[in-house]
Design a protein around this ligand. Structure first.
Ligand code: DGT
Ligand code: CA
Ligand code: CA
Ligand code: ZN
Length: 577
């Protein structure tokens, strides 16, 4: 087998990488990198030069020692020195260097601190949030590494809805300004308000000659134009997010909006009803005759589609073919909760612990949202990193809130706490201080790795405490970051209903904990839900929107959610016997 220049260079590069990971002298590392470059840059084959009897140590940067090593590679295809190195340092470590975020120094840290030597192990560590704890790393770089690892394996990285929204809003207002754009909407999972989005599906109708496609592919955030046509273009934005723009005729806009909103399963079910009614329904419209050969009967408005098949209008959040079609047929669709139904927020932190806004700032922000109440729920003492409250500091905060409440009109600050559920199921603060509060949010912040049985027991035991009101972020998951811990939420919900406790739907877009399916489970079991933002500064109070999206996907109505109640009614409902 002939040895090519780049075979030699690759071995030298690998040696340089391993030496660097192993913290070798920097000059030695550079010598191998230079040698690799020299060999690669030769217009002739180095092996051929050697065969012709040329002295390889005449080459720039190649001394006697390196010339000998080149000879060894040409003769044996490998290098003893590399094999020795690989005995000391796992060769797979150099795979880690293929990530743009990782240089030899950081790979060395990962290897030494966490014992990680392969991409698989790295993926797992990133998923378990171990990387961010390392010196020189952080949450941001861990997330970048995760994204990159996803790309490496073709594993799909779905974008959080909140991030997608940050991308959508400026893009949409940019496209709306283009001359001749009549209608424009984002369809797909984004419109269904799924917690994560694969890609964006934008739909537009235009006056003929509108340059909307040209504007789209020239948008400032476009990194690559994957395809460009008159009616459909696809681009990849910086950061990797993919966006389709489709231009459809106005007479078919509603049919197309329905089709591209999906889900696919919902579409298939609707189309099947159409077939029974001798209609063809697709993205181009609604046509008489199964084969669509006959006249177009509708398609301008999305409502047309539902009307044609005799269904009530189904909100996008419900379109998953999870029973919404049957419900729509029977006039039994839920009257979904809206943001306007919410009268206040029941989970918020302040500067007193790990929040960034003061109590007064949080109250003012809540008032500005039109709320009637806000619960202040700081961490309890077990959460030392968040400067959690002990009984003494909590009592001081209670006094402070009482004072403000005395002078507030039409607004009530609820005295609360986000108290830790300890491993044995006890709460992190004594009853005699908990009983002075309007409500408690009780959360698991430690020992995520218990078995499902133990975790379930722990939480239910905590609910036996008469001051337990709301189970905070019930599964502990962080979207794309931390898996939910093992717990039997069905059992937990039943126990909560029996005891008069509620479950939180944490609206923080990184959490959205409960999931849509669990919201629906809660409704069926008959346990009440509280939608809370878990805000750590004023701006985050606006995350309520994401909680509402999730709740709607979970079929929840205003009545299922406690913080739609008036202040006095809510306080009564929270009291346990
Ligand atoms: P994503 O992007 O993975 O978050 O999910 P979607 O729901 O946005 O799916 P996507 O982007 O593949 O397609 C957008 C919509 O187009 C989808 O929700 C329904 C419709 N669609 C796509 N492929 C098909 C298909 O094969 N049959 C039908 N009936 N509809 C489809
Ligand atoms: Ca999509
Ligand atoms: Ca798509
Ligand atoms: Zn928490």
């Amino acid at each position: 087998m002939p040895i090519h220049n780049n075979d030699i260079a690759r071995i030298f590069e690998k040696i340089a990488d391993l030496l660097e990971i192993g913290d070798a002298n920097e000059f030695r590392v550079r010598a191998y990198r230079n040698a690799a470059r020299t060999v690669n840059d030769q217009p002739q084959s180095v092996a051929g030069m050697r065969e012709q009897g040329k002295d390889l140590s005449d080459l720039p940067g190649i001394g006697k020692d390196l010339a000998g090593k080149i000879g060894e590679i040409i003769d044996t295809g490998t290098l003893e020195m590399l094999e020795d190195l690989e005995k000391k340092i796992p060769a797979e470590l150099t795979d880690l260097l293929t990530l743009p975020q990782l240089g030899p120094k950081r790979v060395a840290t990962i290897y030494k601190e966490l014992g990680i030597s392969s991409l698989d192990e790295l993926r797992e560590a990133a998923a378990n949030q171990e990387l961010r704890k390392l010196k020189g790393f952080g949450k941001k770089s861990e997330e970048k590494i995760r994204e990159e690892l996803g790309r490496h394996t073709g594993e799909e990285v779905r974008t959080k809805l909140s991030e997608a929204q940050q991308i959508v809003e400026p893009l949409l207002s940019y496209l709306k300004q283009v001359e001749g754009v009549k209608q424009i909407d984002v369809a797909g999972s984004y419109r269904r308000r799924k917690e994560t989005v694969g890609d964006l599906d934008i739909l537009a109708s235009i006056k003929s000659g509108s340059p909307v496609m040209k504007y789209f592919v020239n948008y400032e955030d476009v990194e690559e134009v994957l395809s460009q046509g008159k009616t459909k273009s696809t681009v990849r934005l910086r950061g990797g997010f993919q966006v389709d723009l489709r231009v459809v005729p106005q007479i078919a806009y509603g049919a197309a909006l329905h089709y591209f909103t999906g889900s696919k399963e919902h579409n298939v079910a609707v189309r099947q009803i159409g077939v029974k009614k001798d209609l063809k329904i697709n993205e181009y419209g609604i046509f008489k005759g199964k084969d669509g050969s006959e006249e177009r009967i509708a398609g301008r408005k999305e409502e047309d589609v539902f009307e044609a098949v005799g269904l009530d209008y189904i909100s996008p959040e419900l379109r998953e073919n999870h029973g919404e079609i049957e419900a729509a047929k029977n006039g039994e669709l839920p009257k979904l909760i809206t943001l306007e139904d919410i009268r206040g927020d029941l989970h918020a932190h302040t500067k007193e612990t790990d929040g960034r806004s003061t109590l007064e700032e949080m109250v003012e922000a809540a008032r500005n949202l039109g709320y009637s109440f806000l619960a202040i729920t700081e961490h309890s003492q077990a959460v030392t990193v968040a400067k959690g409250l002990d009984p003494k500091r909590l009592r001081r905060q209670i006094e402070q809130i009482d004072k403000i409440n005395d002078r507030e009109h039409g607004f009530r600050i609820f005295k609360g706490i986000e108290v830790d559920i300890l491993e044995d199921g006890s709460l992190d603060l004594p009853d005699d201080v908990l009983k002075e509060l309007d409500l408690t949010v009780c959360s698991v912040h430690s020992k995520f790795d218990l078995s499902a049985e133990k975790q379930t027991e722990r939480v239910i035991r905590a609910m036996d405490n008469p001051y337990f009101n709301i189970l905070g972020h019930p599964s502990g998951r962080l979207i794309n970051e931390r898996r939910p811990f093992e717990i039997d939420l069905e059992k937990v919900m039943e126990a909560a209903r029996e005891r008069g406790c509620a479950l939180e739907l944490n609206a923080h877009p990184d959490r959205l904990d409960l999931t849509d399916t669990h919201c629906r489970m809660a409704k069926e079991i008959g346990v009440k839900i509280v939608i809370s933002t878990d805000s750590h500064y004023t701006e985050e109070l606006k995350n309520m929107r994401f909680g509402i999206d999730q709740a709607r996907r979970g079929w929840l109505e205003a009545d299922d959610v406690l913080n739609t109640r008036r202040t006095a009614d809510l306080l009564k409902l929270l009291k346990r016997n």
